[in-house]
Write a protein that binds this ligand. Sequence first.
Ligand code: IMP
Length: 437
Amino acid sequence: MSTSTVVVGLQWGDEGKGKIVDLLADRHDAVVRYNGGANAGHSVVIKGERFALHLIPSGILHKGKAAVVGNGVVIDPDWLARELDGLHARGVDTSSLVISDRAHVVMPWHKAEDELREKWLSEGSLEPIGTTKRGIGPCYADKATRGCAVRVGDLLTPGPLAKRLESICRLKTAMLSSIGGPDKAAYTYDHKATVDLCLAWGQRFKQYIQDTSAMLLDLQQAGKSILFEGANATLLDVDHGTYPYVTSSTCSSQGAAPGAGVPAASLGDVLGIMKAYSTRVGGGPLPTELIATEADCAMGDRIRQKGREFGTTTGRPRRVGWLDLVVVKYSARLNGAKGLSVMLLDVLGGIEQLNVATSYMIDGHPTDRITPHADWLARAKPIYQTLPGFGDLTKARKKSELPRSAIAYLDLIEATVGVPVRFVSVGPDREQTIEYS
Ligand code: IMP
């Protein structure tokens, strides 16, 4: 069997996984998304043209590669339709897209519930999660509770679908209109209209829908290699992230097997993707966040602007911090990463001195290990090593073209995390990627 690869984010998302998936797609036979939904946003720049993908794996930009949306993904059909239209408008052939019949559908009530829950949390004694309001959590919750779930395959079975939706619409209307405030109409889900909507989605996507697990198992049996594309990132993993400030799926490499429907032993290589600094969107702790002083805020802003650190999905400005290797080391170990890809290193170009957290002080004790709980991480005070900065890196194409100080930065990453750096990205374009080792 050829080697398959899992690509996974080692921080809080937006590490630049799309670019590496795009690069590695050529070396694999199929690309599979195994978790998350339209909360993710992958940008790929090809010859100066930017593609922002949320649901469709970036493998779609490679002719002839199967681009698979696995059973572990939650699909918002309106987003999917918009994404397909956008790709068609730019002349991209989408005939290699395959969507799991067992993926779950994000229904209108999931987005409404996500929005209402965040509002409730912000008005009460609890903190909102800061979700993308894309209905991700409520859809995964319905998947787990089963009775009210709609799967992609259901969109192709009019009779059973209409029967199921009769009860589901009644229940969702009762639940949401009771907590949704005076605008009852906004939370009323008409049975016939919902059935029509679902059947229209089914018609639109039927050519892509199949049993993707069976398809992937056949590919593996035929010796083909698969690239598993993790969405979101390890510190957002529902079990291993900074709970409760996480998303609702298994974003780490462990999610690839159940989310794609293949044996865990077949996953192959794991490549961890990290930014050269830290960012986070939404609530929850970010120990190295640049907010303590005016100078810190200015530095955070400088990195944010240069790194275009605004959400691909929501447009929200991302919180920015120094590189946190305690986090990266934890994630690399958890995922079993055998290589690292350091993204956006060029963004730090021109900064005189760079801080890197290599351990924490927590409750008066030093540690280089994480307890993945939001309250614990919120108390952690980073201990920094300071390194000299470097200049413009955007023209470097091989390791020998990187300045000594950039190599020293990468050396510190390798030494602290204990995993070799394989790729270094020095700009958004496909060509601005160094095969480091
Ligand atoms: P949800 O996934 O919309 O429920 O959001 C839960 C948390 O995960 C929020 O803090 C989001 O900002 C964050 N989040 C979800 N997906 C991504 C991603 O792809 N990149 C960065 N943050 C994300």
